[in-house]
Write a protein that binds this ligand. Structure first.
Ligand SMILES: NC(=O)c1ccc[n+]([C@@H]2O[C@H](COP(=O)([O-])OP(=O)(O)OC[C@H]3O[C@@H](n4cnc5c(N)ncnc54)[C@H](O)[C@@H]3O)[C@@H](O)[C@H]2O)c1
Length: 266
């Protein structure tokens, strides 16, 4: 998600630094960004891929704080980890820098509780694949300042996407609704109602969804969806309890597109 978010800002002329702690992944981040910009340039002929790549840097160190107006965190979906990282961000970046999280389900007020100045923290929830998806969900925490919400709306429009503003609540609007469909599709596959292809086709042709719920789960990552389902089950009840098939596939390393195998072979 981090590389995809970076590409969205590069495509509109911004300078972006991806902070990736795993040095072994630096080349992959740059390669993925270049591939993604190249695909975007086929649609947007004014986009110069080499010029855009010159505005990208990848490092394990944070940049000089004065140069940064917006930080978007996209580390694993783990509240304790996000709180630790946000506490570090606050010590590095001055109060004018907005601190946003790409969390798909965790409470933004919980993430912001690690901060002395939680008013500058909110959720900026991008969707996969980021460069071509048109929605960003802005999640407003208990302490988020109104002017920060307005600033976030401007950022989302700046990258050519549509913002929706959602109160901090489990799964926000998108993950909560998306999970209902995704988990039910897995239960249907589990009980032999239809094949993965036919379940997906039902939603693609019957309801004009651009992608069926099982293919989307493969794209998002079965591990990511499992952790969201566990969080929503604990907050909203049994209807979000992850199906046994989802747990088993994650245990077997079938994580979807990123591992080469999920409900489909990639
Ligand atoms: N996958 C999706 O489709 C999707 C969609 C919307 C939002 N999200 C959210 O975005 C976030 C990232 O998801 P992802 O799928 O890109 O995850 P990912 O596992 O692909 O990437 C996680 C990144 O965090 C880094 N990381 C791991 N441990 C770290 C640590 N201890 N400290 C600092 N960095 C660390 C990794 O090197 C990697 O760059 C999550 O909060 C997830 O819920 C994911």
């Amino acid at each position: 998600m981090g590389a995809g978010i970076a590409v969205s800002f590069l495509a509109v002329g911004d300078t972006v630094m991806v902070v990736e702690m795993n040095e072994g992944a630096h080349a992959t981040v740059a390669d993925d960004a270049k591939d993604s910009l190249t695909r975007l340039a086929r649609r947007n002929t004014s986009l110069d891929v080499d010029e855009a790549m010159n505005r990208l840097s990848v490092s394990s160190e944070h940049p000089a704080p004065d140069d940064v107006v917006l930080v978007i965190e996209a580390i694993p979906e783990d509240l304790g980890l996000k709180q630790r990282v946000f506490a570090q961000l606050e010590t590095h970046y001055g109060p004018s820098t907005m601190l946003a999280s790409n969390t798909s389900s965790l409470p933004i007020s919980g993430v912001a509780s690690a901060l002395d100045h939680p008013d500058r923290c909110l959720g900026l929830h991008f969707f996969n694949p980021v460069p071509i998806s048109s929605l960003v969900e802005i999640v407003v925490g208990e302490a988020t300042a109104d002017e920060r919400v307005a600033e976030a709306q401007s950022w989302v429009e700046h990258v050519g996407k549509t913002p929706i503003v959602v109160k901090d609540s489990p799964g926000f609007a998108s993950s909560r609704l998306g999970l209902v469909l995704g988990l039910e599709a897995i239960r249907m596959l589990e009980s032999g109602v239809a094949s993965a292809e036919d379940i997906d086709t039902a939603m693609e042709l019957g309801y004009r969804h651009p992608m069926g719920p099982l293919k989307l789960t493969d794209l998002v990552g079965l591990d990511v969806r499992l952790s969201i389902a566990e969080h929503l089950a604990s907050e909203l009840g049994d209807r979000f309890e992850p199906p046994a098939l989802l747990r088993q596939m994650v245990e077997d390393g079938k994580l979807g597109k990123k591992s080469g195998q999920g409900f489909y072979s990639w």
